[in-house]
Design a protein. Structure first.
Ligand SMILES: *[C@@H]1O[C@H](CO)[C@@H](O)[C@H](O)[C@H]1NC(C)=O
Ligand SMILES: *[C@@H]1O[C@H](CO)[C@@H](O)[C@H](O)[C@H]1NC(C)=O
Ligand SMILES: *[C@@H]1O[C@H](CO)[C@@H](O)[C@H](O)[C@H]1NC(C)=O
Ligand SMILES: *[C@@H]1O[C@H](CO)[C@@H](O)[C@H](O)[C@H]1NC(C)=O
Ligand SMILES: *[C@@H]1O[C@H](CO)[C@@H](O)[C@H](O)[C@H]1NC(C)=O
Ligand SMILES: *[C@@H]1O[C@H](CO)[C@@H](O)[C@H](O)[C@H]1NC(C)=O
Ligand SMILES: *[C@@H]1O[C@H](CO)[C@@H](O)[C@H](O)[C@H]1NC(C)=O
Ligand SMILES: *[C@@H]1O[C@H](CO)[C@@H](O)[C@H](O)[C@H]1NC(C)=O
Ligand SMILES: *[C@@H]1O[C@H](CO)[C@@H](O)[C@H](O)[C@H]1NC(C)=O
Ligand SMILES: *[C@@H]1O[C@H](CO)[C@@H](O)[C@H](O)[C@H]1NC(C)=O
Ligand SMILES: *[C@@H]1O[C@H](CO)[C@@H](O)[C@H](O)[C@H]1NC(C)=O
Ligand SMILES: *[C@@H]1O[C@H](CO)[C@@H](O)[C@H](O)[C@H]1NC(C)=O
Length: 206
């Protein structure tokens, strides 16, 4: 019971301080795709909302795993990730947002994400990255560039044409164009739980 009370208190505290955290998607990607998400790293507490604000160009905000930076999470794990689909903002003429609520079950989890169009050049980011863990943003960027948009575990996509139909439905699915991502149905379930962030502690600190 004490645990429940503490949880309720934690929830109340975080509700009281719930905030919107803006990640601008677009920027000037002409010279460096690592600026597509600005900032590329944000920290959010339970009940905060991370808002991707698509302001320029044609990008996605799609959740992935650390091991497979450029592949939709649903294709590489049994988890269900967020995916904005392509958002064509033009030159600021068609600004749209994608909201990602940080639900209490996401406490102590890192949410990695990428832009389908610039992932291979480092167009990636993360929510609640544990800076002390080995899974850093810099490592994630390196992974994305090294794998060049491919699956870490399978560089032969011709072996599977069944992936996209076995994944969970997408949350807001316009076409993300990644139906050709190959054999991503292999399980990497543990990745999503690997990193730990002190969200509850942070909530009490406010
Ligand atoms: C984007 O950056 C490039 C290189 O720094 C620069 O030449 C270009 O003018 C910039 N574009 C905009 C819209 O700021
Ligand atoms: C892109 O920008 C990031 C952050 O400013 C920097 O660390 C990186 O070296 C840049 N890459 C290139 C190719 O300019
Ligand atoms: C998104 O960016 C546009 C253009 O900079 C700005 O007008 C708008 O207020 C932003 N939306 C949010 C939710 O921050
Ligand atoms: C956005 O990018 C995707 C993939 O590169 C492409 O298929 C789609 O046509 C683009 N959308 C627009 C409006 O340019
Ligand atoms: C504006 O963005 C929405 C959502 O991404 C897209 O469906 C629509 O086609 C875009 N409109 C234009 C004119 O690009
Ligand atoms: C953005 O502006 C540039 C320069 O004016 C233009 O060449 C380009 O076609 C525009 N892109 C869109 C999607 O409107
Ligand atoms: C971050 O990761 C390190 C190394 O895996 C771990 O020891 C630490 O407990 C994590 N941080 C938090 C706040 O849990
Ligand atoms: C990365 O992938 C793109 C698109 O498939 C390809 O054109 C490019 O040659 C690849 N680069 C490397 C270094 O493999
Ligand atoms: C990619 O394919 C080559 C040739 O089949 C293989 O030697 C290599 O281990 C594969 N790489 C990965 C990451 O699976
Ligand atoms: C990829 O898979 C196909 C079908 O199984 C096979 O014929 C081909 O040799 C494989 N290519 C590589 C590089 O492993
Ligand atoms: C697709 O995947 C399902 C479930 O793993 C399997 O039962 C089915 O045989 C697969 N179909 C094809 C064409 O590979
Ligand atoms: C989250 O991490 C903090 C700090 O390591 C820990 O005290 C707390 O029990 C964790 N919460 C959950 C739900 O795992």
């Amino acid at each position: 019971m004490r645990t429940v009370a503490a949880l309720v208190a934690a929830l109340s505290a975080s509700v009281a301080s719930a905030k919107n955290i803006i990640v601008t998607v677009g920027g000037n990607t002409t010279d460096n795709a690592t600026t597509v998400f600005d900032p590329a790293q944000v920290f959010a507490q339970p009940n905060d909302i991370v808002i991707f604000n698509f302001t320029q160009g044609n990008h996605t905000a799609t959740q992935s795993s650390f091991a497979n930076p450029c592949i939709f999470l649903d294709f590489t794990t049994t988890q269900h990730g967020f995916d904005s689909g392509f958002r064509n903002a033009g030159n600021g003429s068609n600004v749209t947002i994608q909201s990602v609520p940080i639900t209490p079950d996401l406490v102590n989890k890192t949410l990695w994400f990428f832009d389908y169009n610039t992932c291979a050049q480092g167009g990636v980011g993360g929510i609640n990255i544990n800076d002390s863990s080995t899974e850093t943003l810099e490592g994630f960027v390196r992974n994305a560039v090294r794998l060049n948009g491919t699956d870490a575990d399978d560089n032969n996509s011709s072996t599977n044409s069944n992936t996209s139909t076995t994944g969970a439905p997408r949350p807001s699915g316009t076409n993300t164009g990644n139906t050709d991502t190959g054999d991503a149905s292999r399980q990497h379930v543990t990745w999503g739980f690997a990193a730990v962030v002190p969200l509850v502690i942070a909530a009490f600190a406010l």
